[in-house]
Each structure stands twice: as C-alpha cells, then as structure tokens.
Design a protein around this ligand. Sequence first.
Ligand code: AMP
Ligand code: MG
Length: 423
Amino acid sequence: MMPEPGTSALAAGDRQLSVADARAAIAAALKPIAGREVVPLMQALGRVLGEDVLSPIAVPAHDNSAMDGYALAGAELRANEATVLRVVGTLFAGTPFAGRVGPGECLRIMTGAVMPEGLDTVVPLELCRTEEALVWIAPGTIQPGENRRRRGEDLAQGRPALHAGRVLRPADLGLIASLGIAEVNVMRRLRVALFSTGDELRTLGQALDPGCVYDSNRFSLMGALQRLGMEVIDLGLVRDDPAALQATLESAVAQADVLLTSGGVSAGDADYTRSLLGRMGEVGFWKVAMRPGRPFAFGPLRGDSQARWLFALPGNPVAALVTFYAFVREGLLQLAGATPDPLPVLRARCTHAIRKRPGRTEFLRGRLAPAGDAGWEVQITGAQGSGILRSMSEANALVVLPHEQGSVAAGEAVDVWIFDGLV
Ligand code: AMP
Ligand code: MG
C-alpha cells in the first residue's frame, strides 16, 4: 500500500520539530553519492577522500636523529662517571655514513640524519661538553635509545595514513606528499542547484522597484556552498508562479544532486509549492522550533536513477543562513561522502542578558572576542530581526541557546558556533 501523504518519516506535516530532531531526521535520510575521481595532490585541498590512503613506505624510512648532537652506542654510557668519546666524523641529513664507528667513538649528527649501524642514542649538543675531538657526557645525562626516531614509528608501511571521508586540509596534503603520493582518489564534487524565489526579488543590475528587495540569499548561500567545496549551479531567480517553479525544479533535478532554494515555504506560499513538491517527491514541510528560521522543507525529489535532495530554506536572509548552518551544511558534507568533525562549540561569557523561553532553539548573532583570563566573551551584534543582514555580517559567531534553555543573565556562559577559523 502507498503511504498516505504526510505519513513518511520525512513528512512531519504540521508537527513542530526541535532543531535536534530535524537534524537527526536529515542525517538519517541521506546516503553519500557514489562517484569518485583522481586529482593531482596540488588540487586536492578541501576535497573528500574517496578511499583510504595507505602508506607505500615506512615513516620515517630510516632510524634517524631527533636532535643536533652526538650519536653513540648506548652501551658506552657509564653510570657513575663521565663518558668520554672521540668524535670521528659528522653526519648531515640526507647524506649516508660510509665509515665505521668503533668502541670509544661517536659522530657529530644533525637532526634527521640516518643513524649509522650500531649507534642508537643521541646526546643533544647542549647537554655535553666538548674539548677538541672529545665529548664529555656527565653520568645520568641520557639513557640508551634516547633522541632516536625509529623507522616506521609514525607510520608502518601499508598502514592507512588517512581514511576515506576525510576533508583534506593543508597538513593532510603535506602528509600525503611525505609518502611520495602524487594523486589522490576523491569523491566527485556534490552538484548543488541554487535558486531564489519571490516576485519581489530583483537581481543585481535591475532597478529596485517600489516594495522590492535585491536577491541577497543567492550570494550568501553561494559563498557558504563554495566554502564547503560544492559545485554550484546558479539557477537565478524564480517568480512565485507554479509553472515557473516547476520548470526550474525540473531543470535542477536533471542537473544536480541537491536543490537549495530560499523563500516560498512560509505559510502564505506553501499551498501550491506543497502540491507541486508532493507530485515530484516526498518533501516534508517542517515547522522547526527555532528562531530565526521556522519554516523549512526537506526531502527527496525523484531523479532518473537516484533521489535529488531538496533543502528549501526560509526567505528571510538571516533565517536562510542560520538554517543553512543548522541543517544543510552537515547534510551536504554527508552527501559528499565526508565524515566531518563535529562543529566546534565554544563556551563564552555573554556580555548581555537575553530573554528567552524554553521550547525552541534561538540563534543570535554575536561578536566573539578574547577576554583575558576569563577566556572568551561574546557580545550580541545589535538588532536581531531575521531580515537584518548587517548584524549577521558584523557577527563572527552564532550564540546558540538550546531548546530547553530559559533566559540568560549577563555574564553567563553560552554556546557559540564560530564562523571563521583555520580550515
Ligand atoms: P518568504 O520566505 O518567501 O516568505 O520571504 C520572507 C522574507 O524574506 C520576505 O521579506 C522576502 O522579501 C525576503 N526574501 C525572500 N527571499 C529573499 C532573497 N533571496 N533575498 C533577500 N530577501 C529575500
Ligand atoms: Mg516569498
């Protein structure tokens, strides 16, 4: 039997969902796309690894010195008197040692130089005294085996250096290069079709007719998508007209894995959108208990061989971005095959009191700043209306007051999501 409309797991109907329930429903519905490609390492930043990177070599490849100092055999070290050794040569990194080191002898060695046969210990320069060709090491200065890096101690040959699903960061590129690997297998980029809806919207370059606003959502969402490494298909502006909307949706379904729209899901618009999307797939229209950003629609539309996922965001510019961070960001990473680290949540002292009632999650725009010994402090960036982009632009973080939380007193610690940082 076909399920009744509105009874699928996603079609929450008019049910009010918490932010956590909405996030969980999205996470449960999405499966990563399948395609992979091979790219040169230099072009792999931000891409998602499609398979484990196995190390073809041991790292380090040889036992080597961790210090600038003198390499010696640990058995030479005396417990109760100074050890005195003769320096018979100098070893640089990258130059193998050809000679032999006999009893009572040692070598001057540089960091990274290969430890010669029979020598297992390095005494750092600053811990010994030298006199002409002799080195004096006081008893107890060093234990046999110290300051030597062992072959394979970072990574044994054949072991995974990085796992599939990793979003490649600068250090990962360096790590892969250190293994001698020049190309990596990555997930293909997720294709996201982006458009805005609303008769009152104007594109840049058009005159701003009375009562109209410029379409800003496409620009902020484009930025957010580009930061995530998505391939964006810009489908522009769509009028509040069922035929135009249907044509754009069909074009998007034919080209993209994901459709990201803003506007047209609030109560006034929902009727024709709802029946159109009902014919095209299984979209749930959710009232999420949050501010800003209550109306939100999510679900699969039928594609040729696999579902295309629709994320329909509210039109208010701040609500669109907040719902993007709350629901879409992780969903897209999941579809792209990534296993992202959880969003870092910082605790910061809130400089102002905030009135709030339990029963919904509230996101406030904040400016996070260091507060000396007190850690971090966050200041709300002015008027919080969901259309006010200026306070969003001034913010470097979102204060997140969870569902059950009541009012916040000035000076109380709150959770903060940071917009920027090391990538
Ligand atoms: P809606 O969700 O379509 O009811 O829109 C809610 C509010 O957001 C209205 O004031 C719209 O004018 C505004 N809005 C919707 N889409 C956009 C957009 N792309 N750029 C700027 N403002 C928008
Ligand atoms: Mg609208």
